[in-house]
Structures are given as structure tokens and as C-alpha cells.
Design a binder for this molecule. Structure first.
Ligand SMILES: Nc1ncnc2c1ncn2[C@@H]1O[C@H](COP(=O)(O)OP(=O)(O)OP(=O)(O)O)[C@@H](O)[C@H]1O
Length: 736
């Protein structure tokens, strides 16, 4: 998986093709490299660094090389260290990491101490908890994740001068604003700034905003950094956001040596503010600019490149380019349509076993597990796959995520079932206060002592304490009653029904909803689906006890220390990496593309994400989807990213039935028209009062009123006696 960073021995120019060479040696001025997937972007960047240092004699400390992740920065740093043999690897860092360097050196310029704390999400949540408590707010007023998003919006967009309140000498003004605020948003925002100020904590947004502020308010400091950074290089430029862009503009202003590399087809972070136009319009903003295109893909077989090219050609907002290949012809890209998620997972596991045994690949060389990766759009997809891998004893590891049965919400849900079945202490402790029932640490201590003294279970101890005044003000009674009720009749219910009722009555699911944790809710829905599948496959035998024993096998997987493992990760986590064999799982409408897509741009971003997924593969690419019901109960169709590919590019195990293809296409049309309708509903009104329009059924009429609040027109149709209110959602035509 480690990407090639290039042989950077004595000769920084060896092993480069003509375009890469040009990119490496064009060191002066503005250079934009539009680099297709697998065309050697990383190689070019690292060679350029080597060329500047080894051949031109530039000090590493005078070069800023910005990477997208800390991991990429570390890899690059190690290379440079090996190359120069020097500990000075310059500024090879993410934008945030670089800002920490600037602030550690110069934050005094704005009166901020050097020993500031960098806050992560859990620190922010801890501060939020204090504020909610102090001001008597609850998650119903606003969830933590919404609050964090709101802070980001205010800091980066609507209230950019907020930092003035934070850099001043005293915290009094902030405290005053916090105390006098009445709107929830203001209470949280000023409360958070006040908390930050008290501990000199800076979050990710502050790092860039503060650095920009240091530069804007102190010409000497600005000049020092601008002078120091003789060469600036930015990787993954397609995902740069507006603040990072602004910072880069300031930094390059003295030497004007700015080199950016990116692939507009791989922009996958617009939801976090990335803007594809920064790369597309770079040459207009930074002129004169030399644009170099890298189009020769060294990574993948022609079969994989053809699929990727065909997929991405369906996007309309793009810089048109077609990848060519260097690698010899290889395996066909394989497609498989499974009848259920379990079949899909079994198919994947079987192919992996074949690859590992050396019976699938041409040449029949056994493939190490570590050379195989399964990619997916959403975390919950791993559940079925993990089960199939465990069954076949294939070792695996989940990157940037937790194994399905280890996820806290899944463990909680299973603990509810366990407590009903076994009344055990472990499960009891896990859920008695989830959601909050006011049975906190002190009451638990009491229960533990009581239970130990009487040699009874914690549940029993609680039952006997219900009338104790110590438990007044808690919801302990409801909890015990619920457990008793379901324990008594567990055998009359299916496990899936039992779980649904427990999650509902306990208030657990509602708590997740108010927190706004969609991913957790998705995982619970997936757990229910898996129980349902278990029940339908075992018929009458599917008792609660049997199910719990069955599921314990998956939750106690001993992964051992083995290093040769199949990797599972989301496509976002796979950005910038490459693997010999890639399975893209759950290529289904509503999963990939995600059902959350609300605009045509959103759909194009999903397609870019699919492009990123497919272009990670070097030798083998396997596209898999599964029938079944989507989470809302509607039938699941194969993804357009699979069906829209030119016939012949993917070799399907069995041809997809014509009727399925036709139904799927109808479904794409339907969801596209829903997206178009949602866009119309959100957009500014197209017609003004007095304009003439045509409605598909009501015919021609005149707009009498535009009701922006209801997103509707009041129309007097020529052939109708009374007026009609017509929503923006419906397409109307202008009549000249
Ligand atoms: N000139 C070259 N000669 C031989 N192999 C090359 C050359 N340039 C790149 N490669 C190989 O191509 C593969 C892709 O290169 P690299 O990882 O740098 O691509 P990238 O452009 O960063 O990819 P992406 O944008 O898709 O993440 C690597 O395995 C690398 O060794």
C-alpha cells in the first residue's frame, strides 16, 4: 500500500517521463500540474523537492510542501530525511501543521501565548458540555455536531473577525457576551470562545484564521515568512478550501514560486468547503502560469483505466482529459450482482480465498492478503463482509474505523438484548444509564456494594432499591420494568422485534436522533437487518439465546498479531493510496451514490468518489452489488456507476437480467427527477409577477404572486376560474 515516492538517490531526475521531468525542473514562477489518477503526482512532488535541494542547492527549510494528510506528510518527510541525511526536512506538512509552526514562532505578535493547546473534536465537546450544563441547554436545543458546524460557519464565513475577541488581553468582553446572549446559537458560540480563551485553546479553524491575522496585522512577521518560503508546493490542490487558498496566496506573494498539483476528477471534499474552481481557474489568478498535464497512468491495467475513463466522462463540470496507460493488458474488470448482502459478502470472500490460493489471477501467483482491499461508501456495509471473512478465516483489518460489532451503538443494542436474556452485570452496567436515567457514578457505586453484600446481581440490587430515597429522581423504575416485561415474554417475540421495541422504549434510538448521529442510526438499522437475515435463515430455531451465542462469535474475533490481512476502508480513507486488488462493495443506488445526494453537483461528487475508488486498483478490480431492500424498505438497484459503463468493459459473472436493468434505469430517472425538483425548490424563483408560464397539465397562465416563504407561485391559469398555488418543485416553462 505504501506509495512509491521515487528513487531519490543521487539523481533526482532519473525515472521520470517527459512531462514529469518538465514539472520537476520548472522551478520558477507559477506552475499548475493537472495530474490524472496514478500518473505519478507523488513521485513528481518528491523528485522536485530532491531536485531543488540536491541539484539547485536550496535549503529544505526554505521550501514549503503542503500535503493533504499527516500520514502523507510523514511519508514524504522520511524520504527527504533519507535523501538529505539531514534532520532539516523543511516544512513538509498539512496546512494546519504549518500554521502551528507559524504560531509557535510568532503568535506573540498578536498577544497570544506560544503554549496554546490544539483542540480536537472531543475537547470541543467537553467544552460544550460545560456550557450546556451552565445554561441549562439540552441536545434538543442543538446537537454537538450541529454546534461544531455552526462554529465553523461563523468562524470561517460569517464572523471572520471573531478572533479579535480572543486575542485581546482580557476575557471579560467574551464573558459578558456569553452571559448576555439569549439565542442558543449565541450562547454556544460566545460560551465556546470564552472557554477557548480561558485555556488558550485553538481549534482547526482558528489555526488558519489566526495565522492569517498574524500576517495581516504584522508586516514584519509576514515578510519574514514570505521571504523564508522560496518555493511552495501544494499537493491534492483539488481539495483546497477557501481559507487554505487565502493562506497560500499570502505566503507566495514575495517569491511567486508556487507549484500546485491536483486532479479535478478526484475532488471529494466539497462538503468540507473544497472548491474545484480553485484548480480550474488557477491560471487566471496566477499569471503567467505554466500548465503541465500528466496523463500517463502507471498504476493500473488498461482494463481498469478504460472503466475509470468511461465512468468519469459522464461528469459535466470537469477539466476534460483522458488517461492513457503504460501497463500491459491484464485481468478483466469483474462485475457481480448478488441476491443479498450475505451473498455479496460470500462472493467477495470466495474470490479473496481464490486470489490467496493462487487460483484466480492469471499466472496463478498466490496473492498476499495485504494486497487486497475492500472499499465502500458507508461504514455499515462492513457488517456482512466481516461475517463472511470470519467464516472463511480470512484475516482482515478495518482502517479508520471500528469493526462493526465493536462499534459502541452496536454493543449497546446487543447489551439491551443480553440484559433481557441473561440479566448479567456487564450488560447492565453498559446500558443502565444509556440513555441518561440519572443513574450515575455514585448510584452505581451504591449498587455495586449492595449487590456484593447480598450476593445478587446489579439488576436485582436496583430492583430492591427502587423505593430507596437515594433513587428518587431517576428513571430506574421504568428501566427495571421494561427489562422484566421483555424478559418474561422474550420467547414469544422474534429477536428483531424485541430489539426494535427495546431501542424504542428505552429512548436509546431517540437519543441518537437528537444527537444527530446518522451514522450510528445506520449501523443500528444494519444490525436489525442482520438479525432479520439470521432469523430468515434459521427459521424456528432463531431464539434470543441462540442469536446471542451466534453473534458473540463475531464480537470476540481474535485477530491475532498476524500482519498479512485484507484491508477494509472507506473510499475517503483510500484517497491517495494504491492496492494490487480492489473490491468495491455495495455498489448500489442509495449506498453508492449515497441516498443523501440532493443536487446534480452532489451526484458528480459521488461519481468522482467512485472514480477515486476504481483508480486505486493496480491489477484487479471487482465491482459488486447486492439486491435486497434499502434501509427505507424500497428495493435496491445496482448503482448507475456500474450499469452506466459501456457494455463489454466489465465482465459480469452472469449477465444482468434485462428486466432488472430496465427497472434500475427507471429508478435512476426517478431519483434524478427528484433531485431536479429539490434543486428547483431551493433555488431562487425563476419567474416574476406578471410573467406568462406554461404548466404541463393546467396550460398557460400568469404569475400573480411569488410566495418565497412557501416556495410557490400563485398562478391564474387562463382556462381556470380560480387561482392555484404551484410549488417551485414542479417544472414550469416560460411563455414569451
Ligand atoms: N515515470 C514513471 N515510471 C514508472 N512508474 C511510475 C512513473 N511515475 C509513476 N509511476 C508509478 O505509478 C504509480 C502511481 O504513482 P503515484 O502514486 O505517484 O500517483 P498519483 O498521481 O499520486 O496517484 P493518485 O492521484 O491516483 O493518488 C506508482 O506505483 C508509481 O511507482
Amino acid at each position: 500500500m505504501e506509495k512509491d515516492l521515487g528513487p531519490m538517490g543521487e539523481d533526482a531526475l532519473r525515472g521520470l517521463n517527459a512531462e514529469q521531468l518538465e514539472a520537476v525542473t520548472t522551478t520558477e514562477g507559477y506552475v499548475r500540474v493537472i495530474a490524472g489518477a496514478g500518473t505519478g503526482k507523488t513521485r513528481t512532488l518528491s523528485h522536485r523537492f530532491a531536485y531543488l535541494v540536491n541539484e539547485l542547492g536550496i535549503f529544505p527549510g526554505n521550501i514549503l510542501c503542503v500535503t493533504f494528510t499527516n500520514k502523507a506528510a510523514n511519508e514524504m518527510r522520511q524520504r527527504i530525511h533519507r535523501l538529505t541525511g539531514d534532520d532539516d526536512t523543511g516544512y513538509v506538512n498539512t496546512f494546519h501543521g504549518f500554521c502551528v509552526s507559524v504560531l509557535q514562532e510568532d503568535s506573540y505578535a498578536v498577544g497570544y501565548p506560544k503554549n496554546f493547546l490544539v483542540l480536537d473534536n472531543s475537547d470541543i465537546d467537553a467544552m460544550l458540555r460545560i456550557i450546556y450544563e451552565e445554561r441549562g441547554l439540552s441536545l434538543r436545543d442543538m446537537t454537538f455536531s450541529r454546534a461544531r458546524d455552526m462554529f465553523e460557519m461563523r468562524k470561517c464565513v460569517s464572523e471572520r473577525d471573531y478572533f479579535r475577541l480572543m486575542v485581546g488581553p482580557s476575557a471579560d468582553e467574551l464573558h459578558e457576551r456569553y452571559l448576555s446572549a439569549t439565542k442558543v446559537e449565541d450562547i454556544l458560540f460566545y460560551g465556546y470562545l470564552y472557554q477557548q480563551k480561558k485555556c488558550f485553546g485553538l481549534d482547526y479553524n482558528d489555526l488558519i484564521v489566526f495565522t492569517l491575522h498574524v500576517f495581516a496585522s504584522n508586516a514584519e512577521v509576514r515578510g519574514k515568512w514570505q521571504g523564508r518560503l522560496e518555493y511552495i508546493m501544494v499537493d491534492e490542490f483539488q481539495d483546497i478550501d477557501p481559507l487554505q487558498y487565502e493562506l497560500m496566496e499570502v505566503l507566495q506573494a514575495h517569491h511567486r514560486n508556487l507549484f500546485v498539483v491536483g486532479d479535478p476528477d478526484q475532488t471529494i471534499y466539497t462538503w468540507r468547503g473544497a472548491d474545484i474552481r480553485f484548480l480550474l481557474e488557477f491560471a487566471d489568478r496566477f499569471s503567467p502560469c505554466k500548465t503541465i498535464e500528466l496523463k500517463r497512468n502507471y498504476r493500473s491495467t488498461p482494463q481498469i483505466v478504460s472503466v475509470a475513463n468511461d465512468l468519469i466522462s459522464k461528469n459535466t463540470i470537469r477539466y476534460r482529459k483522458t488517461l492513457s496507460t503504460v501497463t500491459p493488458s491484464g485481468l478483466a474488470v469483474r462485475g457481480h450482482h448478488a441476491h443479498s448482502s450475505a451473498d455479496e459478502a460470500a462472493w467477495i470472500a470466495e474470490r479473496i480465498a481464490e486470489l490467496h490460493a493462487g487460483s484466480l489471477e492469471e499466472g496463478r501467483n498466490p496473492v498476499d492478503y495485504r494486497d487486497i482491499t475492500i472499499l465502500y461508501r458507508a461504514h455499515y456495509v462492513t457488517r456482512a463482509i466481516e461475517e463472511a471473512l470470519v467464516k472463511r478465516k480470512i484475516p482482515y483489518v478495518i482502517y479508520s474505523g471500528v469493526q462493526f460489532f465493536e462499534r459502541s451503538e452496536v454493543k449497546d443494542a446487543l447489551s439491551y438484548l443480553r440484559v433481557v436474556c441473561y440479566r448479567d452485570d456487564l450488560s447492565f452496567m453498559r446500558i443502565v444509564n444509556r440513555p441518561k436515567r440519572n443513574v450515575g457514578e455514585q448510584r452505581m457505586r451504591f449498587l455495586r456494594e449492595f449487590a456484593a453484600g447480598q450476593r445478587i446481581s446489579l439488576l436485582e440490587a436496583l430492583r430492591r432499591s427502587l423505593d430507596d430515597p437515594f433513587f428518587r429522581g431517576t428513571s430506574a423504575r421504568e428501566f427495571v420494568q421494561m427489562v422484566d416485561r421483555y424478559s418474561a415474554d422474550a420467547s414469544h417475540r422474534t429477536v428483531s422485534e424485541l430489539l426494535a421495541r427495546l431501542l424504542d422504549e428505552s429512548g436509546y434510538e431517540l437519543a441518537l436522533r437528537t444527537e444527530g448521529s446518522q451514522e450510528r442510526l445506520d449501523n443500528l438499522a444494519e444490525l436489525r437487518q442482520s438479525i432479520y437475515e439470521y432469523e430468515t435463515s434459521c427459521g424456528e430455531e432463531a431464539t434470543l439465546e441462540r442469536y446471542l451465542t451466534h453473534v458473540a462469535l463475531f464480537s470476540n474475533i481474535d485477530q491475532g498479531m498476524e500482519r498479512d490481512k485484507v484491508r477494509l476502508m472507506t473510499v475517503h480513507a483510500a484517497k491517495g493510496l494504491e492496492f494490487p486488488h480492489v473490491f468495491v462493495a455495495a455498489l448500489n443506488e442509495g449506498v453508492f451514490p449515497s441516498r443523501k445526494v440532493r443536487s446534480r453537483e452532489g451526484m458528480e461528487e459521488e461519481r468522482r468518489l467512485a472514480f477515486v475508488a476504481m483508480t486505486r486498483a493496480c491489477k484487479g478490480l471487482y465491482l459488486v452489488d447486492a439486491e435486497g431492500a434499502a434501509q427505507e424498505g424500497i428495493p435496491r438497484y445496482p448503482s448507475r456507476f456500474m450499469l452506466d459503463l459501456k457494455p463489454g468493459l466489465v465482465e459480469f459473472d452472469e449477465p444482468l437480467p434485462d428486466s432488472l436493468v430496465a427497472e434500475a434505469r427507471d429508478y435512476y430517472r426517478l431519483s434524478d427527477s427528484k433531485i431536479a425538483a429539490a434543486e428547483r425548490l431551493r433555488s431562487a424563483p425563476r419567474f416574476k409577477v406578471g410573467e406568462r408560464i406554461r404548466h404541463r397539465v393546467f396550460g398557460v397562465g400568469s404569475v400573480r404572486e411569488v410566495d418565497e416563504g412557501r416556495r410557490a407561485y400563485l398562478v391564474k391559469f387562463d382556462d381556470m376560474g380560480t387561482m392555484r398555488t404551484i410549488t417551485f418543485r414542479v417544472p414550469l416553462e416560460r411563455v414569451e
